[in-house]
Ligand binder design. Structure first.
Ligand code: SF4
Length: 166
């Protein structure tokens, strides 16, 4: 038995959602149907708003971040996640490449009708939607729209191994 197992160390994870449709969050919670019994012994779900209301953004081993970054507020939030996590994994195409959430970057002025203008004027949206890597350092990517669950499981295993949990 290694040191981490002896100390009962768990992988402290966070799951965060920015501009997106949250489909990868749904896939993540679906994966719990199969993996929860195993993961609860190995993983500390420290900041996962889809699972619980009491969350702590502090000393995370891995932060999984879904969605693109589309406002100053989101930029600040995502930087806070980076400061409090040893590793950050971009989840899904919006976080990895910006698209499809960044579709509006290609809008011409003539595409902006009154309805769109109302949103732009009433929220603190940036001019351009950014992929996660444009704002913070990203250590891994799980691409797919929504995320590829096989890749996600292999990334989870990678970090469980890296932190000597398994
Ligand atoms: S990558 Fe696709 S599924 Fe995931 S949030 Fe973006 S649009 Fe939704």
């Amino acid at each position: 038995m290694d040191v981490a197992q002896t100390l009962n160390k768990k992988l402290a994870i966070g799951w965060f959602t920015f501009t997106c449709s949250e489909d990868s969050t749904i896939l993540f919670t679906e994966l719990l149907n199969k993996h929860f019994d195993e993961w609860k012994k190995l993983i500390d779900f420290k900041h996962v708003k889809s699972l619980k209301t009491k969350n702590e953004l502090k000393d995370l081993d891995v932060a999984f971040v879904e969605g693109a970054v589309s406002s100053k507020t989101q930029e600040e939030e995502v930087k806070k996640v980076r400061e409090n996590a040893k590793y950050v994994v971009a989840i899904g195409q919006c976080a990895c490449t910006g698209m499809p959430s960044a579709s509006r970057n290609a809008f011409e002025d003539t595409d902006i009708d009154d309805r769109i203008r109302w949103y732009l004027e009433h929220f603190d949206y940036n001019k351009k939607v950014q992929k996660l890597e444009d704002v913070i350092k990203v250590d891994d990517k799980v691409e797919g729209c929504p995320m590829n669950t096989t890749k996600f499981l292999s990334v989870m295993d990678k970090y469980l191994n890296l932190f000597n949990i398994i």
